[in-house]
Design a binder for this molecule. Sequence first.
Ligand SMILES: Nc1ncnc2c1ncn2[C@@H]1O[C@H](COP(=O)(O)OP(=O)(O)OP(=O)(O)O)[C@@H](O)[C@H]1O
Ligand SMILES: [Mg+2]
Length: 297
Amino acid sequence: MDQAKGLRKVVKNQALLKRKVNMTSGKKKLPKVIAVTSGKGGVGKTNIVGNMAVSLSRMGKRVVIIDADVGLANIDIIFNLRPEYNIRHVISSEKTLNQVMAESDHGIKILSGGSGFADLSQLNEGEKLNLLSEFETLSDQADIIFVDTGAGISSNVLYFNSACDECIVIATREPTAITDAYAMMKVMSQEYGTRYFKLIVNMVDSVADAKKVYAALSGALDKYLQNVVLEYVGHIPFDRQLQKAVQKRGLVMDTAPDSMAAKAIKEIAASLGNSPVRSDSNGNLTFFMSKVFQSAT
Ligand SMILES: Nc1ncnc2c1ncn2[C@@H]1O[C@H](COP(=O)(O)OP(=O)(O)OP(=O)(O)O)[C@@H](O)[C@H]1O
Ligand SMILES: [Mg+2]
């Protein structure tokens, strides 16, 4: 195809997609897209996503998890799944999004990013459009979509956080986890204008300890980033049952549903599942993916 013809096709496809976005927004109940992120690694993001997903699916919600950790993707491990395909196969048009998603026994669909999300800015227009229209199909299949991000504040993590309707930050009592959570919110607010975050404090022994973490973070925000709001949504106790579950490639919500951690996660999931989508969000998955691309350019 000559260049001008190729360009015309891209412009036409973009117009079509724009029309589709307009047609779908406001009419259907669109999924809520929630990023779970942290700054520091190993604070419990993947376990919180997996267990919240199970909890919400038991409440009757249709849940999809996007594994956007390009480094050590491991949501499939705790679901004991071995996905054959990942987003790379969708980008190359070898598979559809539905063909690459693995489904857990709970009915949760998991989309592995693999290295496919590593450099979204390198995709050509055709690949982007293909991904956009594939993501549109997700809008009809989910009530809640979790994005499990990798650790750190690499650009890839930031693209996904900036495109989601909500951004949940996970921190623990460790000073490094607190400073990294703060660094994440700072860069998100300065580079992408994100002004609203939710906080879950993981691996604590008491509400008092969790509130100390919240106080440290909200104190720093009040001082240096006055326009950023952090909402405390809950804490999860340190619980060996969760660790035992991970060792068995499982989820504490399945292996020990009455454990402290499982109960706490269930409570948090219920509050998230019931909270309305913020008014500035658009829930449409084409819109979500195009926001990811916008951030990536
Ligand atoms: N509430 C908890 N109680 C006890 N241990 C926990 C708890 N939450 C997480 N852990 C431990 O922390 C480990 C890391 O958890 P997880 O893989 O969910 O973190 P992560 O933030 O996703 O890590 P990464 O940044 O590498 O993606 C788990 O394997 C488990 O051993
Ligand atoms: Mg993880």
